[in-house]
Ligand binder design. Structure first.
Ligand code: C2E
Ligand code: MG
Ligand code: MG
Ligand code: MG
Length: 279
């Protein structure tokens, strides 16, 4: 309802805002119910050696089936879960589930898990990770935690302490969506990253956009001199793969090489198409 005495534009906009807030509260409740039941699942997307196309790891990607049966994108519901604090228990579930799956894979394969800033701020992350590893029996060096630049800006000191402890445990750290955030390059030196993931917006610009090519080349050169490995995300075409190979990117991930899929499908993965080996 518009406030009594509301005038002009305020009166016009308010019902729409209320509607959005109501939709958000409903989604919050649905997310809580999904976590209490079994409304969430993980899909896993392969990450391959850029040169040999050998499987190196899988990224765990959260999936939610809405009560109405539709699949909702994590880009839509993760921000809501972050805002209402549900991301902390939900993130714990993701960690445990991903580690439990990976514990059954051939041992060279790692699993990469996305973290929200709130999971570092809102809880004792090293203890949560240690508990997940202990419960599932996964070796720490088979777990990669993907963090974003937002984490570094929010609370750099707290993040640095937590990430250093995780590194000491043997867990690997990747900086996700690199190039899209606002973190200064100094963070690359200060934080204990093993890997940079080049955001797919740059990878997808490789054919058309000279600027994107220059940025990708610069990221690869920078990473080499800082001794970081590079994963290119969102590789969709053979042309993009060819460029990344020519410029000695370490690993690749994208629909060209494999879509995210349920854990049960991983054992039956077809090898990447043979023609790609010669690209
Ligand atoms: P992200 O971590 O950068 O994950 C990569 C996203 O790119 C995934 O989207 C993946 O399906 C998509 N992708 C992979 N290859 C391609 C490609 O070739 N082309 C295109 N167009 N897309 C590709 P998804 O699964 O929708 O996840 C979106 C984002 O949601 C993730 O981006 C991540 O930021 C967040 N997210 C997903 N799972 C979790 C989670 O368990 N916890 C948290 N905190 N965030 C998550
Ligand atoms: Mg990621
Ligand atoms: Mg990413
Ligand atoms: Mg992303």
């Amino acid at each position: 309802h518009a406030k009594a005495g509301g005038r002009g534009k305020a009166r016009f906009f308010e019902p729409q805002m209320e509607q959005q807030q109501r939709a958000r509260r409903v989604m919050e409740q649905d997310l809580r119910a999904a976590l209490a039941g079994d409304g969430f699942s993980l899909h896993f997307q392969p990450i391959l050696d850029c040169e040999t196309l050998e499987l190196r790891s899988f990224e765990a990607l959260l999936r939610w089936t809405h009560p109405d049966g539709t699949n909702v994108s994590p880009a839509e519901f993760v921000p809501v879960a972050e805002e209402c604090g549900l991301i902390v228990p939900l993130g714990r579930w993701v960690l445990e589930e991903a580690c439990a799956c990976a514990a059954g894979w051939p041992s060279p394969w790692r699993v990469a898990v996305n973290l929200s800033p709130a999971q570092i701020r809102g809880c004792d992350l090293p203890a949560v990770v240690a508990a997940a590893l202990a419960r599932t029996g996964l070796a720490p060096d088979r777990l990669v935690l993907e963090v974003t630049e937002g984490l570094l800006i929010d609370d750099p000191d707290g993040a640095l302490t937590a990430l250093r402890r995780l590194k000491t445990m043997g867990v690997r750290i990747a900086l996700d969506d690199f190039g899209t955030g606002y973190a200064s390059l100094g963070y690359l030196q200060r934080f204990p990253f093993d890997t940079l993931k080049i955001d797919r917006s740059f990878v997808q610009g490789l054919e058309r956009d000279e600027g994107a090519r220059a940025i990708v080349e610069a990221i690869l050169a920078l990473s080499r001199s800082l001794n970081l490995k590079v994963v290119a995300e969102g590789v969709e075409t053979a042309e993009q793969l060819r460029f990344l190979r020519q410029h000695r990117c370490d690993q690749v991930q994208g629909f060209l090489l494999g879509r995210p899929q349920p854990a049960a499908a991983i054992g039956q993965l077809p090898l990447p198409a043979e023609h790609l080996a010669a690209v």
